[in-house]
Design a protein around this ligand. Structure first.
Ligand code: GCU
Length: 661
């Protein structure tokens, strides 16, 4: 199948045919070789120039890839001046990232090769920068909104040019690890760690390794029963320990250099240590000990909560679950275990406070999990550029120690000197020709990688960069698309669930408005709206969730005077007539944001229509179709939410706009 090149299209800057540059490399491994290939492609596309490797006279080469101690092996120092460039690092991955940075810079400034006058030095912000794919071996993708898997089909592994191009895209934004299968390990996926799959997995692993990407799999905690024929998966049982130790030895022998395993245990019906009366340190450490002799890591997901709650029970609070389960285990996990924690305490809503567990754990490796697959943010049919949201998450200070304590500091390992940590994103890719369903959703994939490599970047800078790399330099296209991207997350938030409450979606598939969709269900996701007001009391008078934060944040959220408007219903149950900091009542805020949000969606479509003459017809068609749908669907959101709250409260819109009473 044909597919787009996304941000690696290298659209022409100016033609300098007849010219051939030379490149000399101190490195001769596959990663550096792929770097040279990428340079060749890039220079051909941008300038129609050739590139020739030279083994002798390295000093005279136009581009020199230089080994330099003192630079982080995944960092780089690039200098480009007077038609010559030096890309230095102590490792091949760093050189590859430096090459991508050089190609990015040429496109950013849009100058002739000889005119580039630039230098940049970078050290990655995070040790691990990871994509998580929720691909099933059957070929479908859990929460996938852009076609089928390009890793698996009919329980077989697919290896083709797309595997290579995927690796190039990931490496180009600094991704150094990937988990290829769904956290809910089902069917044949249980057998990924069986001889039947080793050969194709080895082929895939070699491709990824050539781009500096470590391969990981999700495994099934009950594998000793399902694959090993044991009658238990108890992590404290010696037979189980021996089974995993032997299995790890077998897997790593077939796949040397494998990164490790990811585990979703005791979560939404998955098996785990609780079945045997053990805790999650018992479970994770048993696996960690099994993979440690192979140099493997265990990434243990912390998405553990009671999904069989009684909605009538107002004391149990799903938001508390993650912290309640894992805080007592702080300091008990092995060094090769990393706890992967979702950004918020619930589940990838358009707005949530950050998980208090980030501020709690002091002696445990941790990693931030975000979702660029737009499960709750428009499913890649609405535009919703999430990087400004992730930026806010990273910047949130947890005030948990004297030294640096933002989420960015904590997950990178900086705060407490942990060697392991980082960021992972549930990805939004599939086999659609444009990879991500919505063309603009590729900005989230790109942006996550860029942000995880350099957490000092802003959402706006990344958006502008992505637009230029993808569409070339055309001021109107650039301004319009950057503007739409930057307004898209606030717009989506404004016409969906208000003030941090979340969850007003259709159950199961999570698309479209349904205010009571989860209200009487077992999932622990309630808004508690009645005729007087709505919101969940998570203060010390309510579920006490607030108190999971350090005192400074706990007080901020606990007190209505200081609790930010955008999260106020997450933390407080308020009357519709309560006056927010904005000066509006809760009910008027709901009406106003929903009218404004739908108007914004209509404006997006108008802006896209103005780009028709400037975009390739098929790109325009795809964008036009998605933005038309968004416009219509945002009206559905507006009317369902406004009508629901008008009917509940009986309070009319102060501006007298149309509400379907
Ligand atoms: C959400 C999502 C599931 C997913 C789960 C997880 O609940 O809807 O599809 O399996 O998150 O993160 O494990």
């Amino acid at each position: 199948m044909n597919y787009t090149k996304c941000w690696l299209a290298y659209p022409t800057i100016c033609r300098e045919q007849e010219r051939t540059l030379t490149v000399h490399s101190d490195f001769d491994g596959p990663v550096a070789q792929n770097g040279v290939k990428e340079l060749t492609l890039g220079l051909k596309g941008l300038y129609d120039m050739g590139l020739e490797p030279v083994t002798e006279n390295g000093a005279d080469a136009s581009i020199r890839l230089v080994r330099k101690d003192g630079i982080h092996p995944e960092g780089y120092a690039v200098q480009a001046r007077g038609g010559k460039a030096v890309v230095a690092s102590s490792g091949e991955r760093g050189v590859l990232y430096g090459i991508f940075a050089l190609l990015r810079q040429l496109q950013t400034v849009q100058c002739a090769w000889d005119d580039l006058d630039w230098e940049e030095e970078k050290t990655p912000s995070n040790p691990m920068r990871m994509f998580n794919h929720w691909d099933n071996l059957t070929g479908d993708i859990e929460r996938g909104y852009s076609g089928q898997s390009f890793f698996f089909r009919d329980n077989e592994i697919i290896i083709d040019q797309r595997t290579v191009d995927y690796a190039r895209m990931a490496a180009s934004v600094g991704i150094n690890a990937t988990v290829i299968n769904n956290v809910n390990v089902k069917g044949a996926a249980v057998e990924l760690i069986s001889p039947r799959y080793y050969k194709p997995l080895r082929d895939m692993q070699e491709i990824f390794a050539g781009y500096g990407i470590d391969l990981y799999f999700c495994i099934e905690f009950a594998a000793p029963i399902l694959l090993g024929g044991l009658d238990t998966a108890d992590p404290c049982d010696d037979r189980v320990k021996a089974w995993w130790t032997d299995k790890a030895a077998e897997v790593w022998q077939a796949l040397p250099g494998l990164g490790g395993f990811m585990v979703k245990a005791d979560s939404e019906g998955r098996p785990g240590p609780f079945t045997y009366g053990r805790n999650h340190a018992d479970g994770a450490n048993m696996l960690a000990d099994a993979v440690a002799p192979q140099g493997g890591k265990i990434i243990w997901r912390c998405f553990v909560y009671d999904c069989q709650q009684d909605w009538r029970d107002t004391k149990t609070d799903r938001a508390r679950a993650c912290y309640d389960h894992y805080m007592p285990l702080d300091g008990q996990f092995r060094d090769n275990v990393i706890l992967q924690i979702k950004n918020g305490p619930m589940d990838f809503q358009v707005r949530e406070p950050v998980s208090p567990l980030f501020g709690g754990l002091k002696h445990t490796n941790m990693m931030l999990e975000v979702q660029v697959a737009q499960e709750y943010t428009g499913q890649q049919r609405h535009v919703c550029y999430l990087i400004p949201w992730f930026r806010q998450v990273l910047d949130q200070d947890l005030y948990c120690q004297e030294g640096p304590s933002t989420v960015a500091d904590l997950v990178s390992g900086r705060s407490y000197g942990n060697a392991l940590g980082g960021m992972a994103a549930v990805t939004n890719t599939g086999d659609d020709p444009n990879w991500t369903g919505h063309d603009l959703a590729a900005a989230n994939l790109y942006g996550f990688g860029r942000l995880s490599y350099d957490t000092s970047l802003t959402g706006e800078a990344i958006a502008a960069e992505w637009v230029r790399l993808t569409y070339g330099k055309e001021p109107k296209v650039e301004d319009t698309l950057t503007d739409i991207l930057m307004k898209s997350w606030p717009a989506y938030e404004s016409y969906t669930a208000p003030l941090g409450i979340g969850w007003m979606v259709n159950p199961n598939h999570h698309y479209g408005p349904n205010v009571d969709g989860y209200e009487y269900a077992q999932w622990g996701t309630y808004h508690r709206a009645d005729w007087k007001g709505l919101g969940v009391d998570r203060t010390s008078r309510g579920t006490g969730y607030c108190q999971q934060y350090a005192p400074k944040l706990a007080n901020l959220y606990e007190n209505l005077e200081t609790c930010p408007d955008e999260l106020v219903l997450f933390f407080h149950h308020l009357p519709y007539t309560y006056v927010l900091k904005s000066g509006k009542t809760v009910i008027q805020h709901i009406y106003d944001t929903h009218f404004a949000g739908a108007e914004q969606a209509a404006e997006f479509l108008r802006q896209i229509e103005e780009l028709e003459p400037l975009l390739e017809p098929e790109v325009y068609e795809r964008l036009h179709a998605r933005f038309s749908h968004q416009k219509e669907h945002s009206c559905q959101w507006r009317d369902v939410i406004n009508t629901y709250f008008y009917r509940k409260s009986g309070i009319p819109d102060a501006q007298g706009r149309k509400i379907y009473a």
